[in-house]
Design a protein around this ligand. Sequence first.
Ligand code: AMP
Length: 232
Amino acid sequence: MAMQSPPSSNAAPVRRAVIFLGPPGSGKGTQSKELVKVLRVPHLSTGDMFRENIARRTPLGLAAKPLLERGELVPDDITLGMVEQRIAQPDAANGFVFDGFPRTLNQAERLNELLERRGFGKPAVLHIVVPEGLLLRRLTGRRVCSIGGEIYHIDEHPPKVPGRCDVDGGELIHRPDDREEVIRERLAEYERKTRPLAEYYRRQGALVDVDGARPLADVTRALLAALEQKPS
Ligand code: AMP
């Protein structure tokens, strides 16, 4: 399914933190990348940051590598230190969209403190809800561009030329942690450690549920509408 230009919205620009919450395969990556085109703020994926560190063989990357390979979460202190540094960069001064962060209650609580210190209000939390059966199918069929990170699906959103990115011609890869046994561990980690965040943010009045089982562009529109209804 080809994505047209992003829907226009008067939600832009914002000075706030937007958080995507949802299990692996719910579409956080795809949708958060669409949203930042409209909001014009940086896309901050902690998973991408870890993968970049692994590729560059930094000490942080070496510590994170075995955990990513097993589908387990990286310890909070490492993750929070990396995020704190990233949001102190000038391009993040007007807000940002988190993809894959926070993933534990401790991360969420410490993020709230961090946001307050940096003069941001309460985050807007977009909770993407997708039936479980769809997640495994989406993840096993997912392919990611090795250059720009564009996301495809072999059936639902195939590239024009098999194995090549439509945008920059980069080779499409099957993430090693998108193999079925690792996916099961990632989903279990989500249930154990991340799902409680939905209630945490719901109690704060910060969360909006969005049905993520619809076509890509419909979900993007629903997310933008949810943000407009939820000025922080
Ligand atoms: P993702 O690309 O968001 O699916 O993340 C890939 C992997 O990176 C996860 O399975 C974790 O091992 C690690 N990771 C990403 N974000 C976090 C986080 N907020 N806390 C801990 N580990 C994370």
